[in-house]
Design a protein around this ligand. Structure first.
Ligand SMILES: [Zn+2]
Length: 143
């Protein structure tokens, strides 16, 4: 799995790279992924991230630039869950579905989003248990 970046800084790259490898080993340990390109997007208000396929087994993830580190990790886990849905063909053509915002089902009731949110939280809990980050008593996140 080759990871490429655009418009990210070194610190974000390290966080994203670690989160992607963790998600890969958690969700798709035996599947081949060629490339994931991650772009950080400035002044993007309506969502934290999205993902689409660029080629067979290659994907493009966009994340909002000004997110806190914990939300950035969760967003990477969430978008990777959609990659897993695509590779395992769990919900049909998931990236075709995701790019169609005209869905009449409200966002939180969409089965593929429920699956992605469940996995995002599962992975975040496991990531904490593995000691990859911690929250102090006053709720401050640190890696
Ligand atoms: Zn989603």
């Amino acid at each position: 799995m080759y990871i490429e970046f655009s418009k990210t800084n070194k610190k974000q790259q390290r966080i994203i790279e670690n989160a992607l490898w963790f998600a890969k080993s958690y969700l798709l340990p035996k599947h081949k992924i060629d490339e994931i390109h991650v772009e950080s997007v400035k002044r993007w208000n309506y969502k934290d991230g999205d993902c689409y396929d660029t080629d067979d087994r290659s994907y493009y993830i966009r994340v909002r630039k000004d997110m806190s580190e914990d939300i950035l990790i969760k967003t990477i886990f969430h978008e990777f869950a959609h990659i897993k849905q695509s590779i395992k063909k769990e919900f049909g053509d998931i990236f075709g579905i995701l790019s169609d915002d005209s869905s009449w089902i409200s966002y939180n009731d969409r089965p593929y989003e429920m699956d992605a949110f469940k996995l995002e939280n599962e992975m975040f809990d496991k990531y904490a248990k593995d000691g990859k980050f911690k929250f102090s008593i006053d709720g401050k996140f640190s890696l």
